[in-house]
Design a protein around this ligand. Sequence first.
Ligand code: DMJ
Length: 805
Amino acid sequence: MIMMTTTSSTSSLSCSAQRQHWLVLLALFIFVASVLSTESSMPTQNMSHKERTELKEEAREMFYHAYRAYMENAYPADELMPLSCKGRYRGVTPSRGDMDDILGNFSMTLVDTLDTLVLLGDFAEFEHAVKLVIRDVQFDSDIIVSVFETNIRMVGGLLSAHILSEYLQKQADVMHWYKGELLEMARELGYRLLPAFNTSTGIPHARVNLRLGMKDPQLKVSRETCTACAGTILLEFAALSRLTGDPIFEVRAHAAMDALWKLRHRGSDLMGTVLNVHSGDWVRRDSGVGAGIDSYYEYLFKSYVLLGDDKYLARFNRHYNAVMKYVSEGPMLLDVLMHRPHAKSRNFMDSLLAFWPGLQVLSGDLKPAVQTHEMLYQVMQMHTLIPEAFTVDFQIHWGQHHLRPEFIESTYFLYRATGDHHYLQVGKRALKTLQQYTKVACGYAAVSDVRTGKHDDRMDSFVLSETFKYLYLLFSEPQDLIINVDEFVFTTEAHLLPLSIAQLGNSTFSFRQSDDHNVLDFMRTCPSSNKLFPEKVRKPLRNFITGSCPRTTGSGSGGKRLSALDFQASNADHLRAVYDMGITMVSVGDRSQGKAKSHEEGEMGLQFMQEMLELTKLQSMNQLAQLQAVAFALDEHLQDWTALMAGPSHFSPELIGEQFVEGDLVLAKPIRACNEKLTNAEEVKGKILVAERGDCTFVSKARLAQQAGATALIVCDNVPGSSGETQPMFAMSGDGNDDVLIPVVFMYSLEFGKLSTAMQRRPQTPLRVRIMQMVEFKRWQLAKEAHQNETAATTATTQKPDKEL
Ligand code: DMJ
C-alpha cells in the first residue's frame, strides 16, 4: 500500500487574515500535570483452559461465517462484498481505482484461504476447495494486476496449499488423486509475473498484465514502485524455484533484493518508500516500518530463516539497527527522511506497522516488541478498533478499519514467545470487538470510520487468510493442530512455507547453512517468560496514551481551540480556557515563596518563563519536522513580522540555519502553473512565485517557476479549509531528479489565505515575504525581542536617575 497525496479541483485563495501574537505572560506559570493514573497495575489473570477452548471455537465460527458467506454468495469472484452480499469482479463491479489492482478475477479469496482450512483441521473442505481451484481458476486474462499482491496472495496461497496437499497425502492418507496441479498453477502464474522484472535495475514494476506482460499500452509509463512491493517476492519465488526445479524465479527475486539493498542510504542505512524501477532513484524518501516498506524488512529476516543465507540476516540487522536508532521513539515508530534521519517526515503512524512487534519477536528483540504492542493495544482500546492511521497523540488520522491482521499477528507471536496470558486477554478483546462491530449477516464488513462505526462493503481476502488464522492459532494449543507450526515460516500473507524447503537446494543458487546460525535453533531462541517479564515492560506504559495530551478539536465550551499563538493574558476568556486545559496560573504573593523583589525583576522572571516556553516549542518543532516558514511584515516599515507554517520538498534545496529567500510575491498566470510557459513570465523574474496545487506534479510547477527566473516557489493547497493545524504537514515528493535549484514550499489553504488577505490589503504594493526554517524565524523573533527589551531597559536606566533626583 502506498500513500499518495491527492489533488482536487477547487481553489481557495482568500481567507480572513488573523493577527498572531507571541505569548505575553503576566504571571508566573505553574503547570499542574493533569495526568492521572487511571488503570491499576494488576498482573494479568490466567485464562482458564475452558475459556481458551471456547475462544478458539469462536474464532473457528468466525472463520466459517465469513468463508460460507463468500462461498455461497461470491465465489468464484475475488472478494465478497459483505453488505451487498455478492462477489466483487474486476471490470464488472464499479472500479475503486488502483485499489482494484489486487483483483485478477482468479478467485483470490478462496486461493488465499486454502491453508487456513488445513490449520482448522477441515480436510474435507480443503480437498473440495482445492478441486474447485484446479477446475475454475485460470490466469489468461487481459487484466493488469499488482505484482506484489498477486505474489503474496495467489502464488503464496497456491504454494502452501500444494505443500499441505502433499503433506496430507502422507500424514492423513487423503487426496491421493492430487498430482501437483496447484504447483503447476503457481508456476504458470509466476511466469506471467516475470515480465515485470525486465527493468534496468532488476527491481520489478509494480503492475503487469496477466496476458500481455508489460506490452499493455497502459503500462508504458509505468516506472514507480514501493519498496515493500519490490522486496516481498523472495520467499514465494524461492519456494517456487525449489519446488519446480526452475531457478528463474529465485534468481530474479534475489536480484531484486540485491538491487534494493544497493539503494539504501549509505549514511543512515534506511530505505525510502517509493522508487523509480529504471533509474533506481528514490521518489519518496520517507522511511518507517509501515505502509510502503513493511514487508521488505520482514522478507529480509524471513529469507534468512527460510533459505539460511547469512547475507539476509546481515542486511536485516543493518536496517534494524537504523530503524531502532532513528524511527523508533519509545513505543512509537515515526517516519523520518532516509537522507535526513533526524527529521520526522510525518506525525502519524499507520496500522500496517502493527506487524513490527511480531517481527521483533522472531528476531529476538522482545522488549521493544512488548512496548509497541502495548501502545497499539491502548490505541485499540481508545478507538475500539485500530484506525488505519493515528497521530502521535493517538487521535484518528485515517478512520477506516479494514479488518487487518497485523495487530493480532503480533499478539500471537508475543504470546508464543512469552506464554504471558495477557496476550490471550488482548486477543479475546480483539475477537469480541470484531464480533460486536464488524459481523454482518453476510460475513464481516470493514469499517469506513471507527468514529461512526459505519460499515464498508469490503471484506479483503486477508481476513480469512490471516486475521482469523492468527486468532485461531492464538487460542489453540499444539495438540489442536495437525502440523507443527514451528517447522514453517509464515509469509507476509500468513501462508505456510516449510523450513525444509532449504534442504531442497537449487542448482544455481549457492546455499550455505553455517553452524553458527542453525535455523531451527535460531527460531527457538526467543526469550521465554522464565527470563523476561513482559508485565514489567508493559506496566510503565499502561497510561502511555491517557497520559499524553490528546489534540482537542474544541474548547470545553464548544468553541475553537485556543492556540498558544493567539493567547492574550489580559483576556479573561483565555485565562479561563487555559485553566480548563489544566494550567494553573498562580500569582505568588509572599516573598518567602519566591516573590520578585521588584517590578523589574518580576518582568525578568516573566521573560525567563517566556524563553523557556519558546525553547520547548523550538525543540518539539525540531523533532517533528523541518517546518518551513513563510514570514511577512504586518506593517509598512517591516518592523513587525509574522510567520505562517509551510512544508518543505524532497526535490529542492533546503534552507538551513540562517539561510532565507526574501522577495516580492507574484501569482502565477495561469495559477496552476502547469502550462508550457507562464503568461506573466517577465513579471516573475527575481520574485517569489505562488502557484496552486493540482493538474500537474509539484516538481513540474517548480521547473516552470525556475525557468521563469523566480527565486522561490510557494505551492498553495487547492482543498478549501485545509490547514497545518488540523492535518500533518508533509514534504512534497519529486521524481528523483535534482534539477530544481530554487526553494519550494507548500502551504495549506487556511495559512495561505492569510497571506492572500495581506496581499489584497495593499493591492498596489507587492507583499514582501521571507521563506526560512520555522525554527529560525522563532530564533530571529526572540533575538529581536531581546534586543528591544535591552534597548528599553537601557533607556529606562538612563532616565531613572533624572526621575529620582
Ligand atoms: C496483507 O495482504 C499482508 O499482510 C501484507 O503484507 C500487508 N497488508 C495486508 C494486510 O493488512
